[in-house]
Ligand binder design. Structure first.
Ligand SMILES: Nc1ncnc2c1ncn2[C@@H]1O[C@H](COP(=O)(O)OP(=O)(O)OP(=O)(O)O)[C@@H](O)[C@H]1O
Ligand SMILES: [Mg+2]
Length: 275
């Protein structure tokens, strides 16, 4: 479990509070979407989950390990993998396989085990064919996949991803979403920071932040049912939900509590069959 208790954080003394009394518990193997307007503290929050940032007040505890104790750092960083917004910030190796090996090498694992983890991680994200490529010659989408493979090589229990589909074309973004779903099904906890409401709707639980605080916390259906509260902080509903609301406004008997495409298709199909 990841547990934040009354966490406060400022980047500069006397500056604004990027986190302002955040308390939150994230259970093992949960799939969470973290949403909220620009500057509300999403990146700051996830950077607390693996001790990249330490709370000024309050505590962050990862599977019983307090992030403030330096001796816990290595274990915490193995437990919580982090995919940064910009993959260039985390790709360090000359070649893809060297890069993915970097984490396990730091764990001082035997060479055979490192090789096994590298091959397995590249396989898991579907880029075994890129193993020998120079990391400078990768596309944005490929870099994101290499970053994910690098994190998986540490066999983390949780992965926090900071807008992992930003700047990717729909096919590459779709691939990242499939990997997120697969990892979740394999039991890895996911904390997915996104501005894309359709992607947020894929999570089991959505956490909404505003001005450094938690604003809402619930299932996608509950969160996207709070239209007016979301509007106050300029958040929109997923497009499928907007579409159903528009249909209802036009007098059609549409349900407006549907937040994802698959469910919407099934529902509309049923309506058409009834006609
Ligand atoms: N390195 C930094 N130095 C000073 N202030 C920072 C720094 N990084 C973020 N901040 C400030 O902290 C607050 C929270 O920023 P944060 O990056 O966590 O927001 P965010 O929700 O991730 O936003 P976005 O959706 O734009 O990525 C903002 O007011 C931001 O200006
Ligand atoms: Mg951010």
């Amino acid at each position: 479990m990841l547990s934040l208790k009354d966490v406060y954080y400022r980047y500069e003394p006397g500056g604004i509070e990027a986190l302002c009394g955040v308390s939150l518990e994230i259970n093992d193997a949960e799939h969470i979407a973290l949403i909220g307007p620009n500057g509300c503290g999403k990146t700051t929050l996830i950077r607390h989950l693996n001790a990249l940032l330490l709370p000024e007040k309050g505590s962050v505890v990862v599977n019983g390990l307090d992030t403030k104790k330096e001796r816990n750092n290595a274990q915490i960083r193995s437990l919580v993998g982090m995919i940064f917004q910009n993959s260039d910030d985390q790709i360090v190796g000359m070649t893809v396989e060297e890069d993915v090996a970097f984490g396990p090498e730091n764990l001082c694992l035997p060479a055979k085990e490192i090789k096994k983890r590298v091959d397995e991680s590249l396989e898991r994200v579907g880029i075994a064919d890129l193993a020998l490529r120079n990391t400078e010659n990768l596309s944005g989408g490929e870099k994101r996949l290499v970053a994910i493979a690098g994190v998986l090589a540490m066999r983390p229990r949780y992965i926090a991803l900071d807008e992992p589909t930003a700047f990717l074309d729909p096919a590459a973004a779709g691939m990242i979403l499939e990997i997120i779903d697969k990892l979740h099904r394999e039991g890895v906890g996911i904390i997915h920071v996104t501005h894309n409401m359709a992607q947020a709707a894929l999570a089991e639980r959505i956490i909404v932040m505003n001005e450094g605080k938690l604003y809402l916390d619930g299932t996608p259906e509950v969160i996207f049912g709070k239209v007016e509260i979301l509007q106050k902080i300029n958040l929109r509903l997923p497009q499928v939900t907007q579409l159903l609301i528009k249909l209802k406004e036009k007098g059609y008997p549409a349900r407006t509590d549907i937040v994802n495409m698959e469910e919407a298709i099934n529902y509309i199909e049923e309506l058409i069959k009834k006609e």
